[in-house]
Write a protein that binds this ligand. Structure first.
Ligand code: GAP
Length: 510
């Protein structure tokens, strides 16, 4: 299946089963905005809950807040977003389509990367089990030539961006012979900077004085509350402030479903530390975030770290955790060593001291910050896309199953009376009641049991509980597990503990 087909299938499955709908669809939708449906919002809440629990509940020194989306406009002057939150933009004169210049170059590099993967696959085919991939990558002349060309493109691009030399970025696009995917032409405009913040007017004030921005990151709500939280919570450095909330960016190209949206959600944590300790904490949080992802079991091979080529205006070190989405490896999360840039700048612009007095060393300083920032919608796509599986079963039947990590599944348990009479529905509803306070449970009595299993597989329900005639005598039920389709008989009295051990959040922390 091609990458494009893979993503299309996920988009259509997500709509059919109530995970994600195009926004305002009856008016033909709005580009890069999506609505989460009845199952999508459950999955989203479960991802948030996993993040919040691991950040805030499991760390004595991290607390959570919920700041307003609208902030004083000077916030964004101080943070550098008014002047520097730009993307390099380029138009194709024949198709009138607008692109991000850096994305055109990244896509070109991805094509060369794919050729390397093909060389490696050929090597595998030729040498079978004796094939040594690492050695092949280090010595094969084709691979080395292609890698050298990637390194050279990256070098030139980094130099151009660091020098703010947009003419050099255009020259690179021309040198690489990049064509517009729509018109196929190389008829490009100059590259120019485009600010990504949305603005609107506040209340009755008109003109520039009334302009406020929709926040492009949640982090600034944490920075401006740093002192409030530190003092009211009597926090001692090192400590963190976490937040989950909406962010808005006027993305030039918004595509690939919920991967790049204009309204999205972030889960961010700013960790305030003593200056000079940033390298140690940066490595610490890289490791911690890796563990968080790994516990979900989406496959460690589907993640990789990517150091930033061009550091943001606030960072002295930064990397992405990339995930193998249906469209290839792309950024899922950022880990940034933000120095004291933000707090210092807010001190300067607000005239208020944002310092920490260290009671042990008796010194006062502006803390440094290491940030972890993950897009909730991208995490949703990572979970959904890696879960989507089409299987041919023994006997030739097909099923589509979402192998969502059980603790994140939108519906944890389906309770199914074998038939709609003889007291089975009543017994099933009693069971439902005993579980629903802790877990999202569905009741289904329509159609043959096989069809009901398929419906639950398609939405990723880890456990199906079937109530049959024997249940009325032995007070036990048949529990069917989603992935292996194995079945076992469990006493009703043991069900709450049985379910919890398989789908509870705790399973991710063992
Ligand atoms: N506070 C730092 C910050 O905002 P970022 O790398 O620009 O850093 C962090 O964004 C994360 O937010 C990204 O790794 C990505 O998961 C998510 N994100 C950024 N732009 C997005 C968009 N347009 N749509 C969906 N998610 C986005």
């Amino acid at each position: 299946m091609s990458q494009e087909d893979g993503l299309k299938k996920i988009i259509s499955h997500a709509k059919e089963y109530g995970f994600v709908f195009p926004s305002s669809e009856i008016y033909d939708g709005l580009s890069a905005a999506y609505d989460y449906g009845q199952l999508g919002s459950e999955l989203k809440n479960n991802i948030k809950n996993y993040w919040w629990t691991s950040m805030v509940r499991m760390n004595d020194n991290i607390v959570g807040i919920d700041a307003a989306i609208f902030m004083h406009p000077t916030t964004w002057k101080a943070s550098g977003h008014v002047d520097a939150f730009n993307d390099p933009l380029i138009d194709n004169k024949d198709s009138n389509k607008r692109y991000r210049a850096d994305v055109l170059i990244e896509d070109h590099i991805a094509k060369i990367d794919k050729k390397i993967d093909k060389d490696v696959a050929k090597g595998f085919k030729r040498f079978g089990d004796d094939f040594n991939e690492a050695e092949f990558r280090a010595t094969n002349p084709n691979v080395l030539r292609r890698q050298a060309s990637i390194d050279e493109i990256n070098r030139k691009f980094k130099e151009a961006m660091n020098d703010d030399n947009l003419a050099a970025v255009k020259a690179l696009i021309e040198e690489l012979g990049i064509v517009c995917p729509i018109s196929g032409s190389k008829n490009w405009t100059d590259v120019r900077q485009f600010n990504l913040m949305f603005n609107t007017e506040l209340g009755a004030v008109s003109g520039d004085a009334g302009i406020i921005y929709l926040r492009p990151e949640t982090a600034q709500g944490i920075f401006v509350n740093y002192l409030n939280v530190q003092k009211s919570g009597r926090m001692k450095i090192p400590f963190g402030i976490a937040q989950i909330g909406k962010a808005f960016r006027n993305e030039i190209i918004a595509r690939q479903f919920i991967f790049r949206m204009r309204e999205f959600e972030q889960m961010e944590m700013q960790f305030f530390i003593k200056p000079g300790t940033q390298t140690e904490w940066y490595e610490h949080w890289k490791e911690e975030r890796k563990k968080w992802h790994s516990a979900l079991g989406l496959g460690d091979e589907n993640y990789r770290f990517h150091d930033h080529i061009k550091l943001a205006h606030y960072a002295d070190a930064a990397c992405d955790i990339e995930f193998n989405f249906p469209m290839g490896f792309k950024e899922l999360e950022g880990i940034h060593s933000r120095t004291d840039f933000d707090l210092k700048s807010h001190e300067e612009f607000s005239g208020k001291k944002l310092r920490y007095f260290d009671p042990e060393s008796k010194e006062s300083y502006v803390p440094y910050v290491v940030e972890t920032s993950i897009g909730l919608d991208r995490m949703f796509l990572a979970v959904l896309s890696s879960a989507y599986t089409e299987e041919t079963l023994e006997g030739g039947n097909e099923r589509t199953v979402l192998r969502i990590p059980p603790a994140l599944a939108p519906v944890k348990v389906a309770v199914l009376p074998l038939i709609k009479k003889d007291g089975l529905p009543e017994k099933a509803k009693e069971i439902l009641k005993s579980i629903r306070l802790k877990h999202n449970v569905q009741y289904d009595e329509k159609d043959a049991i096989g069809r009901r299993y398929r419906r639950q597989d398609a939405i990723g329900t880890p456990l199906c509980i079937t109530v049959d005639h024997d249940t009325l005598n032995d007070d036990a039920v048949t529990v069917r597990e989603r992935d292996g389709m194995t079945q076992e008989r469990i006493a009703i009295v043991d069900l709450p503990a049985y379910v919890e051990a398989r789908v509870g959040l705790e399973t991710l922390f063992s």
